[in-house]
Design a protein around this ligand. Structure first.
Ligand SMILES: Cc1cc2nc3c(=O)[nH]c(=O)nc-3n(C[C@H](O)[C@H](O)[C@H](O)COP(=O)(O)O)c2cc1C
Length: 356
């Protein structure tokens, strides 16, 4: 009999995933002044575990109270009330047999200073994205170039948030290095114009990510997972290839491969797209230079796309399908015809309407 790989278990270190399907990280902008998401938003995550997902990501949790927040209503995880709220969610996810992973981010130049208590916008270089912020309709503010003090301070924010996640019982912690946010801004020469040890060569541009990974690893015990999310596209100026060539992309993945990470999460706009005129997709290009377990995401919406994506990865993540369809895992199992949802349809994530 043919093995159903999608519904076969997968193990990373001491963590066994019951199948290959996970809920992608999704910001919901629902938190109040306490930086804790609304109840129905937390319940949504638990429900996805109940309905068969093997792993559930949090939304991107902001790593400081100063300059990290890019959207209203984002969550944080550095005080006891926040830890207690997430602890209950993690327990419930575990009770349904799934794993819970906390994703953390700093928005960098994708800033909306008014939603940060200190109204600051900081980035590797004082260059803003070309496009306007779609939520405000105005240009993104010109960020301040980060000093070495700023860099150390931001790294501490990642460390504190990871400690919060460990205290809340999460199985893993993910550093968001994708989508044109702060870490991605350092990795890409599109936004990193620095002349010091954090700019220039791929190796130098990787320094900031490496310092964060190493500092965070020190507080994430060996029995918890440390993941890193990467992409070649950003939420702003989406048409820009953040890496100049296949060689640059693979050099950066090879640098990640040397770190004490447990998996990479590759975010694509569409998993099957060929990249850099190489005749290969991003997962194939990534796999060629790392043996780290790979999670893949991007327009996986039914059984056929899930199986195709899994050919070059170990676990698949769904954003919009799992947002809008609570029975998506079951639908994949049964090979049901299921739609590819649009970003407009996903905007329901930001309303107060409880999701199914
Ligand atoms: C409402 C919404 C919020 C998102 N928030 C995040 C986020 O906080 N962190 C992140 O890495 N990606 C975020 N994403 C991107 C998703 O994780 C995923 O990469 C993207 O939706 C593509 O997958 P899909 O085609 O299955 O939707 C978000 C996507 C949506 C639809």
């Amino acid at each position: 009999m043919k093995t159903d790989i999608l519904f076969s278990p997968f193990t990373i270190k001491n963590h066994s995933f019951r199948n290959r399907i996970g809920v992608a990280p999704m910001t919901r902008m629902s938190a109040g002044a306490d930086s804790i998401p609304r109840h129905d938003v937390l319940d949504f995550l638990i429900r996805r575990a109940e309905r068969g997902a093997a792993l559930v990501y949090t939304e991107a949790i902001v790593t400081d109270y100063e300059s990290g927040q890019g959207y209203p209503g984002q969550a944080r995880l550095t005080n006891q009330a926040q830890i207690d709220a997430w602890f209950a969610v993690v327990q419930a996810i575990h009770a349904h047999g799934a794993k819970a992973i906390m994703q953390m981010f700093h928005c960098g130049r994708m800033a909306w200073p008014e939603v940060n208590p200190a109204h600051r916008a900081i980035a590797p270089s004082a260059v803003s994205p070309s496009q306007n912020n779609p939520l405000t309709g105005f240009p993104y503010p010109r960020p301040e170039e980060m000093s070495h003090f700023d860099i150390d301070h931001v790294i501490q924010g990642f460390v504190e948030t990871a400690r919060g996640a460990v205290a809340a019982g999460f199985d893993g912690v993910e550093i968001h290095g994708a989508h044109g946010y702060l870490i991605s801004q350092f990795l890409s020469s599109y936004s990193n114009k620095r002349h010091d040890e954090y700019g220039g060569s791929v190796e130098n541009r990787f320094s900031f990510a490496r310092e964060i990974i190493r500092a965070v690893r020190r507080v994430v015990p060996g029995d918890r997972l440390l993941l890193f999310r990467v992409s070649n596209w950003g939420v702003a100026d989406r048409e820009v290839s953040l890496f100049a060539s296949q060689q640059e992309w693979q050099a950066m993945i090879a640098l990640l491969d040397r770190e004490e990470l447990d998996a990479l999460s590759l975010s694509t706009y569409r998993f099957s797209d060929l990249a850099f005129a190489s005749g290969q997709n991003m997962a194939q290009l990534t796999r060629a230079v790392t043996s780290l377990p790979l999670l893949i995401c991007g327009q996986i919406h039914d059984r056929a796309t899930a199986e195709a994506a899994l050919k070059n990865a170990d676990l698949i993540l769904s954003g919009k399908s799992l947002l809008l369809n609570p029975n998506w895992v079951e639908g994949v199992r049964d090979g049901k015809v299921m739609p590819l949802y649009s970003s407009d349809e996903a905007n329901i994530a930001y309303t107060e309407e409880p999701l199914p």
